[in-house]
Design a binder for this molecule. Sequence first.
Ligand SMILES: [Fe+2]
Length: 160
Amino acid sequence: MGSANCMTTTQSSTTIFEALRSDHETQRTLIDLLVDTTGDSDGRNELFDRLQRELEAHAGAEERYFYVPLMEVDLTQDAARHSVAEHKELDDFVEQLRDYDMSGSQWLQTARELRTRLLHHLDEEEAEVFPVAGKALSDDEKRDLAESYDKDMARRREES
Ligand SMILES: [Fe+2]
């Protein structure tokens, strides 16, 4: 029976969209918690550190295992370029936060701005990019990319 064979290969049925969505949720949680912190506190330092590492790892893995393949397809090329440009914008906000005094009002104001931009970016990816990417990628590609993305994320999280 073929099904017995399938059971032993432990092939994951997770798609790249589910893998990305799950990490987007982590980012939403972290940025929400971050803007609720005050001053140069341990909580703010810890959350900012975690968010920075998470954003950097995600942008790297997502570009490699989602946007690079999407750039090769006419249908998704523009959307992929747009999203990658937004990763750079988000990174600029993180850079600013690194430079500012964590206890100043400018820091929180910039963190709130980062939150607005980040939520917009994640919502746009999920609502606009995922549906069109769903048409551009085959079912096998959606699963293979999820596996590669998750492996790369695990490696990047360990290294950061
Ligand atoms: Fe993303």
